[in-house]
Design a protein around this ligand. Sequence first.
Ligand SMILES: C[S@@+](CC[C@H](N)C(=O)[O-])C[C@H]1O[C@@H](n2cnc3c(N)ncnc32)[C@H](O)[C@@H]1O
Length: 224
Amino acid sequence: MEGQVKSRQRVVDHGEVFTAEREVNAMLDLVKTETERIDSRFLEPACGNGNFIAEVLRRKLAVVASRYRKSPDEYQRYAFLAVSSVYGVDILADNVGECRERLFRIVEKDARSNIKGSIEPAFLDAVRYVLEKNILCGDALTLRDASGEPITFAEWSMLGGDLVKRRDFLLSELLEGNVEKDEQASLFGEALMSWDFDEEAQAYLPAPVREYPPVDYREVGRNG
Ligand SMILES: C[S@@+](CC[C@H](N)C(=O)[O-])C[C@H]1O[C@@H](n2cnc3c(N)ncnc32)[C@H](O)[C@@H]1O
């Protein structure tokens, strides 16, 4: 149990017992292919300091390095894509801070060992910015953040080249799942009025609550 518990009080108050590395890997191996797909999205609700998403990030970065280490530009672009696809929520602010820092260090260390020459500071700034948006302090049961607002997650999509587009979604709507075309009227009726029909997925998907203009991923923080 060493390293799995910070204090008895936290176990009592928040059920905080961290998962051991062996179990994390065994569980992630059940979806191994997804953990090695650079852009597959993972959410760890009740993430603690991020045991699951840290390992997912390591696996994705191993793929990035194996494919792109010879090109610093491509390595950084795909490493950004990898980090922007992991999400976490925890109710305790110190866990959220630890989780963000841990993920940042994983990216920074990986970049230092795989990129010849210096890493672009703007790349590291973009990683920090995305982690602030993707790892949030909130209640995974009520789906509200520390200030009582509905939890909103940013979706980051690479549009080609260095451009990234951000769209924000309510976590509550993302958790509803996709709804097939014929289900709309019968199951959800008017509750789905704000969802969009996606031709590619042939399903109703939640509509974003906010969209941002595409920007160079290294300047992603400029959108506010
Ligand atoms: C059993 S630990 C798991 C941590 C991590 N996922 C792991 O496997 O190592 C549970 C975590 O859930 C957090 N937690 C408890 N209640 C929560 C809630 N309502 N919403 C979000 N996080 C919560 C605790 O702070 C703690 O970090």
